[in-house]
Design a protein around this ligand. Structure first.
Ligand code: FE2
Length: 424
């Protein structure tokens, strides 16, 4: 059954309305009477949003924490080394089992689309095959978009053949890691090759770009140039861009308009950037997050990704995009009311644009995909990271959670609280 009536859902404009989903699509929004033919649920005035979208993740590495050992230094480079130690022992079954578990966590948290980078450095392409299987298996419940990611470097270890093969097997997006090539020149060469490949195949590009504290790591400049040269505007994303945190202000004032001209999307990964960057600093210690408010002000489409959950790089996480936005808001000091709303958009509509999700949104004619949160609005969602009461895909309830209420007993005086600031 894919028809569903959702009564009393609160929209961003604070209006409480009903949503009728027919044939998997939002057919009507307004005051809709009960119908005998359509099952209904009551959102009880709680906030409704389109689903969360994670635009940057590593599904092949997830939930491998502690295998074969823990990242003791906590650094990016030890994480890459550790992943290299783990790779020879990977099996398709273990990869898929971990990925399935993660996808279930994502769905329960209201994330119904994930762009995942998949490492193509190993010639067997075991991980690619496993992730393609998961993409098909989970298609009814979750949109999984895969990026061919040369983790060990495209030129550094010679992985062009593997990358091409992965794309031929059905991987959707061209990835890269220019700052991890041996030299700046080879980083530049990798960007040229990868953008030309994307142009030839009509694909999107999403590179790990300048994930470094080195202010001279300026591959984003080259990515911008190649995007314009090949007419790839609107199809290219720069993931991480942490070196922008450390760049000279004057240089950034030139760079941002160039990125805007090339319609480059930015994908910041706040949980990971704040923990991995600045590791060579004493004090003051850099945050390492890219310049999110400035990029938004320059008109760039900025999204936030989770990047990692319990893997060689990050020992925490539960695939909650509200955790991600909460961290970004704090680290980027985006506490203005509009800025907080922009942080919410950076885990919903902004990444949906990057992935090119069709029918995304909460309007008539959009897909019947939505999440009811136990809060009153988007800012409260960030403050509380509340229960996802219902997660709905094409009119089907994929996950439900009971309202969370604490019962207090203060010397016999009993009361309840749900941490909601004000109910109308
Ligand atoms: Fe990543």
């Amino acid at each position: 059954m894919s028809d569903l009536l959702i009564k009393n859902a609160r929209f961003k404009d604070n209006k409480v309305q009903d949503i009728l989903i027919l044939n998997k699509v939002i057919a009507e929004i307004g005051n809709i009477g009960e119908s005998q033919d359509v099952p209904s649920i009551d959102a009880k005035g709680y906030f409704v949003t389109a689903p969360f979208v994670d635009s940057h993740f590593h599904l092949d590495a997830t939930l491998s924490y502690g295998i074969p050992r823990i990242n003791q230094s906590g650094t990016l480079l030890e994480g890459i080394k550790l992943w290299g130690e783990l790779k020879p022992n990977l099996t398709a079954d273990a990869l898929k089992e971990r990925a399935r578990k993660l996808c279930k966590w994502a769905i329960a948290r209201g994330t119904l689309a994930i762009r995942s980078h998949v490492d193509i450095s190993d010639s067997s392409l075991l991980a690619v095959e496993a992730m393609l299987d998961i993409k098909n298996e989970y298609r009814p419940w979750l949109d999984l978009q895969l990026v061919a990611f040369p983790q060990d470097g495209l030129i550094r270890v010679g992985s062009k053949n593997n990358l091409n093969k992965a794309l031929d097997m059905g991987v959707d997006v061209v990835g890269g890691i220019p700052h991890f090539e041996r030299t700046m020149e080879e980083g530049t060469e990798s960007i040229g090759y990868l953008c030309e490949l994307a142009s030839k195949k009509g694909l999107k590009v999403d590179m790990h770009c300048d994930e470094s504290d080195d202010p001279m790591s300026r591959h984003i400049e080259t990515l911008t140039k190649e995007t314009v040269r090949l007419g790839l505007q609107g199809r290219v994303a720069g993931s991480h861009l942490t070196s922008m945190h450390s760049m000279d202000n004057y240089y950034v004032s030139k760079l941002l308009p160039l990125m805007e001209e090339a319609e480059i999307s930015v994908i910041a990964n706040p949980l990971i950037n704040i923990t991995l960057q600045g590791r060579h600093d004493t004090y003051p210690k850099r945050r390492g997050l890219t310049r999110i408010p400035e990029q938004m002000l320059a008109g760039l489409n900025v999204a936030f990704g989770h990047d990692c959950v319990m893997d060689p790089w990050y020992p925490l996480g539960s695939q909650d995009m509200l955790d991600v936005a909460h961290m970004a808001l704090h680290v980027a000091q985006m506490t203005g009311a509009t800025q907080m709303q922009e942080c919410f958009n950076a885990v919903t509509e902004n990444p949906a644009k990057i992935l090119g999700l069709e029918g995304y949104g909460l309007k008539k004619g959009c897909k019947g995909d939505l999440v009811i949160l136990q809060c009153m609005d988007d800012i409260e969602a960030l403050r509380l990271r509340p229960a996802r009461l219902y997660v709905i895909r094409e009119g089907n309830i994929l996950s439900s959670t009971q309202e969370v209420t604490c019962e207090l007993d203060l010397s016999g005086s009993k009361s309840k609280t749900d941490f909601i600031f004000s109910k109308p």
